[in-house]
Design a protein around this ligand. Structure first.
Ligand code: HEM
Length: 227
């Protein structure tokens, strides 16, 4: 057990865990986006999907617990790696341009913090109904067992400040996923085997799909295309 935690806390182990938990979170983001895109099929489609998720409470709470554990693990190892990098390089580079990296790779902590703040706000908004409580999941008049999740989303993005904040957050998420995807093989120690370019392209494509898919929802609601 001691050996396992020493391995996990080593710099190689931390990167390994970050890559694997990052992959899990990326899969959640893709699955969550696919569900949310059902809003284009009408309010009933999204409401039926959201209701379906609540029909197996044990599975739902197990998945929520797993997601939280993966998220916290990713956060813990990200902060640890950042702290180690800081103490390994106490004197800042004179010229940032000397570092062989792009903006996304040099600002993973910043993009990560924006995502964290977004998730906290998002949960207070759509999961706990603390923000905009007036529009929080009301029972549907013709089927009170189902909640009006679509109505909540449409009312939420009816506020342009909320819609723009979501769009900005998705761009930060996209940048984070873009670099996360491109450093994935390196973190697992599997780079240099001939498929780096292909994995980088998949990472960039996933980031782009997430940004376009997630931004389209607040945008379509603001434009009145979804109502
Ligand atoms: C425009 C984009 C998004 C929309 C429209 C959206 C919509 C929603 C809605 C409606 C819920 C509540 C579902 C329900 O209780 O029935 C929810 C929950 C949640 N969302 Fe999002 N979401 C978006 C983006 C994201 C992103 C980018 C993340 C993560 C980075 C995220 C993470 C979560 C989490 C963790 C929950 C709680 C899940 C649960 O209660 O089990 N969402 N979202």
């Amino acid at each position: 057990m001691k050996r396992l935690s020493r391995m996990a806390l080593s710099s190689v182990g931390s990167k390994y865990i970050m890559a694997l938990t990052g992959l899990g979170l990326m899969m959640f983001v893709l699955a969550h986006m696919s569900g949310n895109l059902l809003i284009y099929g009408g309010r009933d489609a999204l409401n039926a999907y959201a209701h379906g998720l609540t029909e197996h409470p044990f599975l739902l709470w197990t998945a929520r617990g797993g997601l939280l554990a993966v998220f916290l693990t990713h956060l813990f190892f990200a902060l640890r790696t950042w702290q180690e990098n800081q103490s390994a390089r106490p004197i800042p580079y004179a010229h940032e341009a000397t570092i062989q990296a792009n903006w996304a790779s040099r600002h993973m902590l910043l993009t990560g913090v924006v995502i964290l703040l977004f998730v906290i706000y998002h949960l207070l908004h759509f999961t706990f109904g603390v923000v905009d409580a007036d529009h929080f999941k009301r029972p549907l008049p013709d089927d009170p067992k189902q909640l009006d999740v679509a109505g909540m989303v449409i009312a939420g993005f009816g506020n342009p400040i909320v819609a723009v904040s979501y769009i900005v957050a998705q761009i930060f998420l996209g940048l984070h996923l873009w670099h996360g995807g491109s450093s994935f093989l390196q973190h697992l120690g599997l780079n240099g085997r001939g498929y780096d370019a292909a994995v980088n392209r998949v990472g960039a494509a996933v980031a782009l799909v997430v940004v376009v898919g997630n931004c389209s929802i607040p945008l379509a609601i603001t434009m009145g295309w979804v109502y």
